[in-house]
Design a protein around this ligand. Sequence first.
Ligand SMILES: CCCCCCCCCCCCCCCC(=O)SCCNC(=O)CCNC(=O)[C@H](O)C(C)(C)COP(=O)(O)OP(=O)(O)OC[C@H]1O[C@@H](n2cnc3c(N)ncnc32)[C@H](O)[C@@H]1OP(=O)(O)O
Length: 224
Amino acid sequence: MTDALDAVARLFVNDGLSEDEIARQAALYGPLADDVRALIPLAVQTRAGDDDVRQAREHLAAAMELLGRTKEDHPFGTRFNDNGNFRVWGNAVMGLRNAIAPLHRINHDPDGRVWADFHLHVGFEGPAGHTHGGVSALVLDQLLGDAARVGGSPGMTGTLTLRYRKPTPLGDLHGEAKLDRTEGRKAFVTGHISGPHGICVEAEGIFIKPHWPVEDGRDRNQTR
Ligand SMILES: CCCCCCCCCCCCCCCC(=O)SCCNC(=O)CCNC(=O)[C@H](O)C(C)(C)COP(=O)(O)OP(=O)(O)OC[C@H]1O[C@@H](n2cnc3c(N)ncnc32)[C@H](O)[C@@H]1OP(=O)(O)O
C-alpha cells in the first residue's frame, strides 16, 4: 500500500487558495468543462458533412493547442484550503473540471440520505437508447461512497454489488444512497438509481476505511 499512500499524500494538498481565487477558477474552468461535455453528444449525433466536420476539427485542434500550452502533469487530486474548502475537480463523477462527470451536486439530507438528480446524455449509451451498466455503477459508487462519508465512515470501495432490475433509460435520472450500518472500519451502504418508471438499479456496497489516514472534511452539501 506504500505506493498508493505516497500517491494519495502527494495529491492531497492544502494549496492555500483564497475563496475569491477558488470562485474565480470555478467560474473559469467550470464552463470550459461544460463546453467539452456538450461536445460529446454532438460527436455522436451530428450529421455535419465533410467540410463542416473538417472545419470543426481545425477549431478543436486550435483550442487544444491553446489549452495545452501550460498544463499540469499530474491528476487534480484533492485540494483544500484552511477553511476546509475541499475540491475534487478532477473526479470522474462530479469533478467541476471533468467533462465526463454527470453529477453537478450531491445533496445530503439530515437523516443521512444522499441524493442527486442528473442527466445522462447519449454519450453514456450501452444497450440501444439506454444507460451503460458500467455508468450506473460509476454513479452508484460515488453516491454510496458519499453516503458512507457523511455517515461518518469514509472509505474506499471494497465491494460494490449491483442488481440491474430493468433497463435504465438515458435522460433525467435520480440516484440515492444511505449508510445502513458499520462494523469496525467497514461501512455497509445501499442505494439505487431510478428513472421515470421506477427503480432500475439497486446497489449494496462495503466501504473500508484504509489503514492509512486520510481526513476528508468536505462540506456536507458539497458542490463540485
Ligand atoms: C479516511 C479514508 C478516506 C478514504 C477516501 C474517502 C473518500 C470520500 C468519499 C467519496 C466517495 C468516493 C466514492 C468512490 C470510491 C472509490 O472509487 S475507491 C476506488 C476503488 N476501490 C479501491 O481501489 C480499493 C482498493 N482496495 C484497497 O485499497 C484495500 O483492499 C482496502 C479496500 C482499503 C481494504 O484494505 P485493508 O484495509 O488492508 O483491509 P483488511 O485489513 O485486509 O480488511 C479489513 C476488513 O475489511 C474486509 N475486507 C477487505 N477487503 C474487502 C473487500 N474488497 N470487500 C469487502 N470486505 C473487505 C476484511 O475481511 C476485513 O474484515 P474484518 O476481518 O475486519 O471483519
